[in-house]
Ligand binder design. Structure first.
Ligand SMILES: Nc1nc2c(ncn2[C@@H]2O[C@H](COP(=O)(O)OP(=O)(O)OP(=O)(O)O)[C@@H](O)[C@H]2O)c(=O)[nH]1
Ligand SMILES: [Zn+2]
Length: 212
């Protein structure tokens, strides 16, 4: 498992640096736990329809929680010196994560923007989406997901400012519990000049809401 500690994320295609993620988690342990859950809810884990289920769930979990084994800093390691000093914003990055309270999915979008630092270092746009992926593919709360993305970007790029807005629907609120469908939770994290300068922040907010 240690082999994964420093690998860059290749999570969007279900692989980490070319290795299927299922090769690096304890599949048998997950399988055993899933068998237990099936038995505990009153199912027969050995009936034909469920026989392969623990194995399938284990492989699915390996993929869904692969972000735990990836160093987010690695994702942003490749940067370019472009001398660009204004806002770069990628809107509507798909988010698929799991609330850590119920291990149920929450899904939606993330908008990620930054103003490069004095050195003008920029990163490939896909790296912003990969950063979202690394932090999403873990047991999460939406607030932490949002601030982790912002903090990593701020730190790794030595950015002047960062803005991250995440909008998600939580199935733990729609499928169970209070059962309210369609409600969206919106969280934001701003750092640096995007925190201290209201005008810059307002401009970024307008862009991420679809303005020009
Ligand atoms: N702040 C925050 N809360 C979340 C997130 N995901 C799930 N939750 C909430 O976590 C809380 C857990 O509350 P508990 O009272 O411990 O658990 P519960 O009895 O299952 O709560 P109910 O969902 O109200 O039935 C719930 O209110 C969930 O809505 C998240 O990303 N951020
Ligand atoms: Zn939940």
């Amino acid at each position: 498992m240690a082999e994964l500690d420093n690998l860059a994320a290749r999570l969007i295609d279900g692989r980490i640096n070319g290795s299927p993620v299922e090769n690096v988690v304890d599949l048998e342990r997950i399988e055993g736990a899933v068998r237990e859950i099936l038995a505990a809810i009153g199912e027969d884990p050995d009936r034909p329809g469920l026989k392969e289920t623990p194995r399938r769930v284990a492989r699915a979990y390996a993929e869904l929680f692969a972000g735990l084994r990836v160093d987010p800093a690695e994702v942003l390691k490749t940067s370019f010196d472009e001398n660009h000093n204004e806002l770069v914003l990628v809107r509507d990055i798909d988010v698929q994560s799991f609330c850590e309270h119920h291990l149920l999915p929450f899904t939606g979008v993330a908008h990620v923007g930054y103003i490069p630092g004095v050195s003008g270092q920029i990163v490939g746009l896909s790296k912003l989406a990969r950063l979202v992926e690394v932090y999403s593919r873990r047991p999460q709360v939406q607030e932490r997901l949002t601030s982790q993305i912002a903090d990593q970007l701020y730190e790794s790029l030595e950015a002047t400012g960062v803005i991250v807005v995440v909008e998600c629907e939580h199935t733990c609120m729609s499928m169970r519990g209070i059962r309210k469908q369609g409600s969206k939770t919106i969280t934001s994290a701003v750092r640096g000049s995007l925190q201290s300068d209201a005008r810059t922040r307002a401009e970024a907010m307008s862009l991420l809401r679809g303005g020009a």
